[in-house]
Design a protein around this ligand. Structure first.
Ligand SMILES: C[S@@+](CC[C@H](N)C(=O)[O-])C[C@H]1O[C@@H](n2cnc3c(N)ncnc32)[C@H](O)[C@@H]1O
Length: 345
């Protein structure tokens, strides 16, 4: 479950950031939508380490508002698929970059095993309770031996030795120590190839754009509780970094074969029983298409007249809902196209 401060930061603030970028101009989109503290130097290190290139199918797990994946598409020509459990973050990413976005938990990735060439997971693991589930799922959907790029926040001390009086951890964050992270990676089938402390820092041209978008969000929404929570969260992280309680690492790991083959995950428990991968994709695509048809054909006034508990979407937001679903449909169709390509002799 995502803590309320995180829900504010990853949900509301992501949407407000998209509004701010629409106001400021698209040149602001990538810096403003990199919310895991990645900067161009860090992203370039990860992209080179993972040997990303034109056409690489990159899955970004916990993609947030989509800045890093959009950066990789722009600079390295990758074909990204974004995944995040927060609907507002997914909508923001779809609005800002028009990339395929899947709203799902990293512990249940609705993609076929071995279907992506590389994965990123940036600033996500410390916000997740069941880190092993997310890593196992990433391992399952990666082609055998394919690379994972991680931006991880690690703690100096294990949780039970953490001085929570002097150094309160931000709500919902569970930072692993470096050793715990290594054990998690090894236990989920990854071999660490290389790791570095966070490199360089961003140039002013980047930070100025990110700060301008953040200032506009603050001007518009500074009085909102969600904004206050997100600011508190961010200050608390800054304090922990400054005291050395936590630090940031970039890691390149490769998937290694695991003993037993893992079963494909289902989307949000919506499907029952085991199913073949292709079957799953076709059902997934049909499900998204049906939702899209429903939203497109619904009369917003009629929906609004129903009790809220019966709404399948917010009628005031039908346009955005359609945009999100179209992006999801794009992701499903892209997977199928690739399957056909793979099957063509
Ligand atoms: C600090 S943000 C980083 C966003 C993005 N990776 C970036 O660098 O800009 C953490 C993201 O992890 C997502 N997240 C939280 N729990 C998750 C889970 N169980 N599976 C996948 N993503 C998750 C949040 O919704 C949020 O968008």
């Amino acid at each position: 479950m995502i803590a309320s401060a995180m829900a504010a930061e990853f949900g509301d603030v992501a949407g407000w950031t998209a509004d701010a970028v629409e106001h400021l101009g698209e040149g602001y989109a990538i810096p403003a939508a990199c919310r895991g503290s990645a900067d161009p130097a860090g992203l370039a290190w990860l992209a080179e380490a993972c040997e990303l290139g034109a056409g690489t199918r990159l899955l970004d797990v916990g993609a947030g508002a989509g800045g890093p994946a959009a950066w990789a598409a722009e600079r390295f020509g990758v074909r990204p698929i974004l995944l995040d459990p927060m609907p507002a973050a997914c909508r923001a990413a779809a609005r800002l970059f028009g990339l395929p976005v899947v709203t799902a938990d990293g512990g249940r990735i609705p993609l076929r095993g071995g279907s992506v060439d590389a994965a990123w997971c940036l600033g996500v693991l410390d916000t997740v309770q069941d880190k092993a589930a997310v890593l196992r799922e990433i391992h399952r959907v990666l082609r055998p031996g394919a690379p994972l790029g991680l931006l991880a926040v690690v703690a100096r001390d294990p949780l039970d030795a953490w001085d929570s009086q002097d150094f309160p951890a931000p709500e919902g964050n569970l930072f692993p120590t470096r050793r715990e992270l290594d054990e998690l990676l090894a236990g989920t089938g990854f071999e660490v190839i290389e790791r570095i402390d966070r490199p360089g820092g961003a140039p002013l041209s980047w930070t100025r754009r990110a700060e301008r978008a953040a200032a506009l969000v603050a001007a518009e929404h500074g009085a909102d509780r969600a904004h206050a929570l997100a600011v508190r969260q961010s200050r608390s992280l800054t304090r922990l970094f400054a005291t050395g309680q936590i630090s940031m690492q970039l890691i390149h790991a490769d998937g290694r074969p695991l003993g037993a083959p893992s079963a494909p995950a289902t989307r949000g428990g919506a499907m029952n029983g085991p199913t073949g991968d292709n079957e799953f994709e076709i059902e997934f695509e049909a499900e998204v298409q049906a939702e899209l048809d429903l939203v497109a054909s619904s009369d917003a006034e009629q929906v609004a007249a129903l009790p809220v508990s019966e709404w399948l979407f917010d009628p005031a937001d039908a346009g955005r809902e359609q945009l999100g679903l179209r992006n999801l449909l794009g992701a499903a169709q892209e997977l199928e196209t690739d399957d056909l390509r793979d099957e063509t002799p």
